[in-house]
Design a protein. Structure first.
Length: 51
């Protein structure tokens, strides 16, 4: 599954990920379009492996 730019339909690539500032167990992913350079961000759950 690829992320698609809402402005031009180009491919969105992740350029930065980091911990969410106040939500434990989540991270912020930042994307940039390869065609028009539009930027977007989303919050996702951090996958934790259990033993």
């Amino acid at each position: 599954m690829k992320d698609v730019c809402k402005k031009c339909g180009g491919e969105m690539l992740v350029y930065r990920t980091g911990p969410h500032p106040w939500r434990t167990g989540y991270e912020v992913q930042r994307f940039e379009c390869t065609d028009c350079k539009a930027q977007a961000a989303r919050t996702t759950a951090t996958e934790r492996k259990t033993r």
